[in-house]
Write a protein that binds this ligand. Structure first.
Ligand code: PEP
Ligand code: MG
Length: 324
C-alpha cells in the first residue's frame, strides 16, 4: 500500500487551495521507526512511551530507557519526535505494577494523575529523555491533562530534572518544548493563561471523543455509536482551534481519526494544520488532502450544519463523489 503513494512521499501536503497541512506519524515501538523514512511523515507527532513499558515483564531501568530514546532520536535524524510521558492506567495496565480495582478505570487513576501522585517513574523517564537527547532538541508531552495546575506541576518536574542534570554537568537540550494532550473536555475551557503558557497542544481524539459523548472507547456496544463528524463534536473542536489561534498555541490532532482520510480532510477544513496518525495512513491522507480545496469542504460542512444534519459525513462524501 505504501508503494501506491510513493510518488507523493516526499511532497509537502498542500491542499488544492494552497493550505499546508503537516502530517506526522504515531509510534511507540522500535519496529515503527523505519516508517519515518518510508511513510513520508514529517516527524513523530506522538511517541507512546508506555509501549516500551508494556512489552516488558519488569520496570525498565533508566539506562535502558536512555538507550531506547537515543535510538529513536537517532532514527529521526533531526525530525521532531514528541515523546509522550507514560500513559498507564485504564486500558494500559503494566503487568509488574499492582493494578487497582477501580469502578471506572477510564475515569480513574491514570496517566498524569499517577505520575503526579507517584513522581518517581516520571522523574526517571524525564531524566532518561534529557540524557538521550544529549544536547539535541527535545519535545515532551504530558497525557491526560484535565486542568492547568496539572500541566504546571508536570512542567515543574521537567525544570527540576533540567536543573539537576546541569548541576551534574550533563548536557541539557539546546531547546526543549513541553506540551499537553487535550483529552478531556475540561481542558478546552482552561484559562487563557494556560493556552498562553503551554507550548503546544495535541488533541487526543480517542479519549476526547469518549469523554465528549460519554461512550467508552473499549466497549463494543457503544464505541462506534457516535460519529466523529457529528456536528457537536466538530463544533467543539472548532472551538479549540479558535482558542489556540487566539493565543498562537500550536495545535495538532493525534487520535486515530487523524488517520482516516475523510475525517482528516474535515479536521483540516475546520482549521487543523497538523495531524498525527499511524504510518500507513500518511499516504492516503496526503493523497486526499492534496486533491481538494479546504475552503470548499468547509462550505460543505457549513451548509450541512445549516440544514440541521447531525453529522456532516454524508454531505462531505457526496461532495467528494461529485468532485472526484
Ligand atoms: C488519544 O487518546 O487520542 C490518544 C492519541 O492517546 P491514546 O490513544 O494512546 O490514549
Ligand atoms: Mg489518550
Amino acid at each position: 500500500a505504501q508503494e501506491r503513494y510513493s510518488s507523493i512521499r516526499d511532497t509537502d501536503c498542500v491542499s488544492a487551495d494552497g493550505v499546508r497541512v503537516h502530517l506526522h506519524m504515531n509510534a511507540g515501538l522500535m519496529a515503527d521507526l523505519p516508517s519515518l523514512e518510508g511513510s513520508g511523515a514529517e516527524g513523530v507527532g506522538l511517541f507512546r512511551t508506555e509501549l516500551q513499558f508494556l512489552v516488558r515483564n519488569k520496570m525498565p531501568k533508566r539506562t535502558e530507557l536512555v538507550e531506547i530514546y537515543a535510538q529513536v532520536l537517532d532514527a529521526a535524524q533531526g525530525k521532531r519526535v514528541i515523546f509522550r510521558t507514560l500513559d498507564i492506567g485504564s486500558d494500559k495496565v503494566l503487568p509488574y505494577m499492582k493494578s487497582l480495582d477501580e469502578p471506572n478505570p477510564a475515569l480513574g487513576w491514570r496517566a498524569i494523575r499517577v505520575a503526579l501522585d507517584r513522581p518517581g517513574v516520571m522523574r526517571m523517564q524525564l531524566q532518561a529523555l534529557v540524557r538521550a537527547a544529549n544536547g539535541r532538541p527535545l519535545t515532551i508531552m504530558f497525557p491526560f491533562i484535565a486542568q492547568y495546575e496539572e500541566y504546571a506541576r508536570a512542567r515543574d518536574e521537567v525544570d527540576k530534572v533540567l536543573a539537576r542534570e546541569r548541576r551534574l554537568g550533563h548536557p541539557v537540550p539546546e531547546r526543549i518544548e513541553v506540551g499537553a494532550m487535550l483529552e478531556t473536555p475540561s481542558l478546552a475551557y482552561a484559562s487563557r493563561r494556560f493556552f498562553e503558557e503551554v507550548e503546544f497542544l495535541s488533541i487526543g481524539g480517542n479519549d476526547l471523543k469518549q469523554f465528549f459523548f460519554a461512550a467508552d472507547r473499549e466497549n463494543e456496544l457503544v464505541r462506534r455509536r457516535y460519529d466523529t463528524l457529528n456536528i457537536s463534536f466538530l463544533s467543539f473542536i472548532e472551538n479549540i482551534v479558535e482558542r489556540c489561534e487566539s493565543t498562537g498555541t500550536p495545535l495538532s490532532f493525534c487520535g486515530e481519526d487523524a488517520g482516516r482520510p475523510i475525517e482528516a480532510l474535515v479536521l483540516a477544513a475546520i482549521g487543523l494544520r497538523s495531524l498525527s496518525m499511524r504510518p500507513a495512513s500518511v499516504g492516503p491522507v496526503k493523497s486526499l488532502l492534496m486533491r481538494y480545496s479546504l475552503k470548499e469542504v468547509r462550505d460543505v460542512i457549513e451548509e450541512s450544519k445549516m440544514r440541521g444534519e447531525q453529522s456532516v459525513r454524508q454531505a462531505v462524501m457526496e461532495y467528494l463523489r461529485d468532485n472526484s
